[in-house]
Write a protein that binds this ligand. Structure first.
Ligand SMILES: *Cc1c(COP(=O)(O)O)cnc(C)c1O
Length: 457
């Protein structure tokens, strides 16, 4: 037995014995064994058997600058030596969090000048709710408590995040949910559009928000939260009519609009923030993932001046985490945002890599007998698998087929995720044309293999 095999076996045995993975059927996973990822460079991962895997998901939608960037490593090292930790609770602050806040104010839309920090996207959404509730209390409207979210949205896995999310398979395992959350239907035209054309459907789904606000009473509704495009829910891009109507309804009823930009921010669609791609203006922005390119954990919440000014003038806001604005995370975030800006990475997604990726995917897959639609912009895409693509008929066992396709892909050394019957791609933003060709070829091969397994090809 050579050393490599021996070490993989040892890792697998220890992992199976002692490590519970997120969102996994552990008995099933332990029988199959996890792949042990040991290193990464650019857009490639290597496992403990020396196999090279192309990462079509940028980790979990987060490694925007790619793996192995020395600038981020150096920033962490330097900061760890100078000041590995200090808090900002009691009249202190530190250079990394100051620089990061200044930088975010530059990069965020006009009117976003203040930021608070967390360690994850879930905590960013929890924090956004704390801030929104504080704001309405300070306005003398403490009854504005309800937050409206969407079925099949994803906002994290804390109690608040999972309640806000619209994942029934999560709700089913939650005997206690957060109070004052209501859900409306998602703008998923392929699956739920029926006879309507996409634009009419987008308007109809946005108007579900207005109906829900009226049902609850606008005087009781604090905010609406949505991902500009649903990520974990399947990279669902709403029809172009959707977001302008949502924004209009929020303004009309004085309901705050929270954009969950945990995936969308920092270049994914070719804009710094995905809400710009869809042309709407939020009141609160939550961020995480691409903020540090995942090198260390960090989340953030941007508050528009209306909310931030009220909180600043409103006395003590009793919220924060031990690691809010952690100096090492903040230093890495500054180095990461500097690369995204100064190397023109975000601009390249918009003008070059994004259009190339979208075109190559459509050239390869639009006419595939298993593919119903391809959604996306920049470097993110959702590929709908369907039984009858032309008539938008989905498979009855779509999740199994998505999982099958994902497994073919992973066996072929491409990380492509499945969400039900949609295949998801979201590569690092530094991906080259050749690497895009490789991702598309491997995705195509996995979808072909799936079709063959179903006797369609
Ligand atoms: C990943 C994600 C979250 C949760 O972030 P964590 O860091 O896993 O807590 C929240 N919202 C969206 C849109 C996400 O994709």
């Amino acid at each position: 037995m050579n050393d490599r095999i021996h070490s993989t076996a040892r890792y697998r045995a220890l992992d199976a014995a002692h490590h519970l993975h997120p969102f996994s059927d552990m008995a099933e996973l332990n029988r199959a064994g996890s792949r042990v990822i040991v290193k990464a460079e650019g857009v490639y991962l290597w496992d403990s058997d020396g196999e090279r895997i192309i990462d079509g998901m940028a980790g979990l939608w987060c490694v925007n600058v790619g793996y192995g960037r020395r600038e981020l490593v150096d920033a962490a090292c330097t900061q760890m030596q100078a000041l590995p930790y200090y808090n900002t609770f009691f009249r202190t602050t530190h250079p990394p969090v100051i620089e990061l806040s200044g930088m975010l104010a530059q990069l965020a839309p006009a009117g976003f000048n203040r930021f608070l920090y967390s360690n994850s996207g879930s905590e960013a959404n929890d924090t956004a709710l704390r801030a929104v509730h504080r704001y309405w209390a300070l306005q003398g409207k403490p009854n504005k408590r309800y937050v409206i979210a969407r079925h099949n949205g994803y906002h994290g896995s804390t109690i608040a995040g999972a309640t806000l999310g619209g994942m029934t398979y999560m709700h089913e395992q939650m005997p206690s949910m957060m109070e004052h959350v209501a859900h409306i239907d998602q703008p998923y035209w392929f699956g739920e559009g029926g006879e309507m054309d996409a634009e009419a459907f987008g308007l109809a789904r946005a108007r579900r928000l207005e109906a829900k606000i009226i049902e609850l009473g606008a005087e009781n509704v604090a905010a609406f939260i949505g991902e500009p495009f649903q990520g974990a829910g399947g990279v669902i891009f709403p029809p172009s009519t959707y977001w302008p109507e949502i924004e209009r309804i929020c303004r009309k009823h004085d309901v705050l609009l929270i954009a969950d930009e945990v995936i969308g921010a920092f270049g994914r669609t070719g804009e710094w923030f995905a809400h710009r791609h869809f042309g709407f203006a939020p009141d609160v922005i939550t961020m995480a993932k691409g903020l540090t390119s995942g090198y260390v954990p960090m989340g953030a919440v941007g508050l528009s001046d209306r909310i931030a000014d009220a909180i600043v003038d409103g006395g003590e806001f009793n919220h924060g985490f031990t690691y809010s604005g952690h100096p090492v995370a903040a230093a890495v975030a500054v180095a990461n945002l500097t690369l995204l800006r100064d190397e023109g990475i975000v601009a390249r997604v918009k003008d070059d890599a994004g259009p190339y990726f979208q075109q190559r995917l459509r050239d390869a897959l639009s006419d595939h007998p298993l593919v119903g639609e391809i959604h996306g912009a920049g470097l993110v895409a959702g590929i709908q698998l369907a039984e009858d693509p032309v008539n938008r008929k989905r498979f009855a066992n779509g999740s199994e087929i998505g999982t099958l396709c994902r497994n073919f892909s992973f066996d072929g050394n491409l990380v492509m995720r499945a969400s039900g019957d949609r295949m998801l791609l979201s590569p690092p933003l530094v991906v080259t044309h050749d690497e895009i060709d490789e991702i598309v070829a491997r995705a195509n091969a996995a979808i072909d293999a799936t079709a063959k397994a179903l006797h369609i090809l």
